[in-house]
Design a protein. Structure first.
Length: 243
């Protein structure tokens, strides 16, 4: 655990959308934590006390339980472009989804209560979170459409491209079981899809490690949902200070 520097803050695009004066306002209340895969950031049904910002290659994911078969399905990924916890609900209100660390790395933590105070002191910090919540809502809309319309191959390619863009790496520790769980599909479908992608020279997957071999071909196999969301992210956050 350590206090962040301004350079550390550059590792998160959401924080980078703020002007330096607002970043400096937040900085004294932030701490950096090294977290490991599986560490829980917020638990479904529990109050939210903290907001977490993944830095650099760190990755978190939201998952929601489907009670009938008792399986959790991943509903959103959050990497260096975003934050987890107390975004819409002002913190201290029970979380709907569980959020946990998907890929190890450094995360900035700020107490949700402190963040609420800072939102009242700066209209830009307030707008910053409102706009990010708009982006999270867009992500939910897009994922609902993606799950209904796009093939497992398109969705697998989208997940890998999305993880690659967020972590700036082409290599991920990820088992096929985890991938099946994240996509909410049966393991046999994922095994078949991954085998076909390997045969086409798009990826390698060995002992729980995925490596993207042909990035452009993988992007061609992905649906356009990820690119649409990225455009929306920039549309809502790039002009934060013009309002
Ligand atoms: Zn899609």
């Amino acid at each position: 655990m350590s206090a962040p520097t301004l350079q550390d803050l550059a590792g998160n695009a959401l924080i980078s959308a703020l002007r330096e004066e607002d970043r400096r306002r937040l900085m004294p209340h932030m701490m950096i934590h090294e977290l490991r895969p599986g560490d829980v950031l917020q638990e479904s049904g529990q109050e939210v006390f903290e907001t977490w910002f993944p830095l650099d290659a760190a990755l978190a994911s939201f998952s929601v339980a489907t009670y009938r078969d008792n399986d959790a399905v991943e509903v959103a990924l959050v990497g260096r472009e975003g934050a987890v916890g107390g975004i819409v609900s002002d913190g201290s209100i029970a979380a709907y989804a569980t959020a946990s660390v998907r890929m190890a790395g450094r995360f900035i933590r700020i107490r949700s209560q402190t963040l609420e105070q800072l939102k009242t002191e700066s209209i830009h910090v307030r707008h910053w979170f409102s706009r990010y919540s708009d982006y999270l809502l867009a992500q939910s809309f897009q994922n609902a459409a993606c799950n209904a319309k796009h093939t497992i191959t398109q969705r697998t390619a989208r997940w890998l491209v999305s993880a690659m863009d967020r972590t700036q790496s082409n290599r991920f520790e990820l088992t096929q079981e985890q991938l099946a769980e994240m996509l909410g599909v049966g393991r046999t479908f994922v095994t078949r899809t991954v085998s076909a992608m390997r045969a086409e020279g798009l990826i390698e997957s060995r002992r729980g490690v995925f490596t993207v071999v042909n990035e452009q071909a993988l992007r061609n196999h992905s649906c356009s949902c990820g690119a649409a969301l990225e455009r929306h992210f920039h549309a809502v956050l790039d002009n934060l200070y013009q309002s």
